[in-house]
Design a protein around this ligand. Sequence first.
Ligand code: SF4
Ligand code: SF4
Length: 144
Amino acid sequence: MRNAVRLQLQQALLVRRKSLLMHTGAAERLDHACIVQMKLSDVIGKALQYIGKYGELSNTEQVVALIDEEMCINCGKCYMTCNDSGYQAIQFDPETHLPTVTDNCTGCTLCLSVCPIIDCIRMVSRTTPYEPKRGLPLAVNPVC
Ligand code: SF4
Ligand code: SF4
């Protein structure tokens, strides 16, 4: 499970860095630098160690987003993303413009992917169990 989470976080970090570079117009230079410095053999098979069976995954190890208020530039991207495509788990203070992650966070990492400040949002272990809220009560005696 840890390996799967680590791979997911690495991918999210890459997407976020690329997004940041696109904002600054440096993505093209980065692509060129990567092509020059990397060979195909450098990346082939690198993800294989992270592949495993579904049954080996833990459904008790979960993560949530943690925002560093000192690093936050109050841009609101995490709030908009979580609201539109995530789980509506971020509240945005209209006065201070500080985002706050609530218990509804599923650890999907969308906010981390869009935040322009590297390491401002980190995924940390969840201390309470996540309870899905699907808008319907759980069926006790489902009728098939
Ligand atoms: S990890 Fe997903 S659910 Fe949690 S705050 Fe970020 S976008 Fe919202
Ligand atoms: S995306 Fe990052 S910098 Fe912007 S408000 Fe959210 S935590 Fe702050």
